[in-house]
Design a protein around this ligand. Structure first.
Ligand SMILES: Nc1ncnc2c1ncn2[C@@H]1O[C@H](COP(=O)(O)OP(=O)(O)OP(=O)(O)O)[C@@H](O)[C@H]1O
Ligand SMILES: [Mg+2]
Length: 290
């Protein structure tokens, strides 16, 4: 790792843009192995000041990396971090390779440069996979990720689905941005879950939902519906549906209430009414706000 690569990494980690002039001096000369005294004398600063800038820099870096960083272990820590990041990027690129017959990523965005959100990833995977001695009892049937536009719901949903995909027989990630009717959506889902065997659906919406639930019972499926707000009527009726989209309410209601071994993960700017009605800390329907 070169000095300028190290500086670029540090600037990214500290998330406050470029290092100041004196931070830059302290960082690069520490990188080269110089003492604080050398730096102070060579650049016309007071040694105490240089030391303070150094300690503050190592403290912020330790916080960002969750590992103690000192003037002396800089090389090792940063090199290891960069290496780990490379490996993660390689792994997540691999995960987005063409769908095998059990995963369908739709238009999932590339999350090879995804940072942080470890607490959220942990909470969500625990809700979805269950925990404790009886994970199947603690698993959620429906989880909603809420947040304003641009908060990172989509990115987090893709990252999460990639991380836990191995625990499922089927993973489907699908955006509702174009507001498909429920029938169009169910047709797609059932076609995929039946491995292209079932392409005609029962006439009535209730029966179509029942077909889907049969699949959610017989296999472990993770279905991610991104941009769920696209089927909600915003403003006047918060949490309720656009005209002709009421059937989505029935879908959520039944997926939330009927026992099965799968999970529906929604991302939405608004909380759907069924989620508000069915969710709770101890219940299998939960929501997380970003
Ligand atoms: N943890 C992260 N690390 C890196 N980039 C991120 C992260 N979270 C979000 N981003 C980036 O920030 C931008 C906005 O995030 P995203 O599209 O996920 O927001 P959103 O909540 O889904 O917004 P909307 O409600 O408009 O759909 C995207 O370019 C995304 O790649
Ligand atoms: Mg989004």
């Amino acid at each position: 790792m070169t000095e300028s690569e190290a500086i670029a990494l540090v600037e990214k980690l500290l998330e406050r843009g470029r290092l100041t002039k004196v931070q830059n001096i302290v960082f690069s000369q520490s990188w080269e192995g110089k003492t604080y005294l050398d730096m102070a004398v060579g650049n016309g600063y007071d040694t105490g000041y240089i030391k303070d800038v150094g300690s503050e820099l190592w403290r912020s870096l330790s916080k960002a990396l969750n590992e103690k960083v000192t003037k002396n272990n800089l090389h090792g820590v940063l090199k290891r971090f960069a290496q780990k990041q490379q490996e993660e990027i390689a792994a997540s690129t691999l995960n987005l390779q063409p769908a095998s017959n059990s995963t369908h990523w739709g238009e999932a965005i590339d999350v090879s440069r995804f940072y942080g959100r470890t607490t959220e990833l942990e909470t969500l995977s625990q809700w979805i996979l269950g925990g404790g001695t009886h994970p199947e009892r603690n698993r959620c049937r429906m989880v909603t990720l809420l947040g304003l536009g641009g908060m990172g719901k989509t990115a987090l949903s893709v990252k999460l689905a990639q991380q836990i995909q191995a625990q499922f027989d089927f993973v489907i990630w699908r955006s509702l941005r174009d507001a498909p009717t429920l029938e169009e959506l169910l047709k797609d889902l059932i076609k995929f879950l039946s491995q292209q065997q079932e392409i005609t659906l029962p006439q009535n919406t209730g029966l179509q939902i029942s077909r889907l639930i049969e699949y959610l019972r017989s296999s472990r499926c993770l279905i991610v519906l991104d941009n769920f707000d696209a089927v909600l009527a915003s403003r006047q009726r918060a949490g309720y549906y656009r005209e002709d989209y009421d059937a989505y309410g029935e879908l959520l209601h039944r997926i939330g209430e009927i026992p099965h071994q799968s999970c529906l993960l929604l991302t939405s700017r608004e909380k759907p009414a069924e989620v508000a009605a069915l969710s709770g800390e101890m219940l299998p329907v939960r929501s997380l706000s970003l």
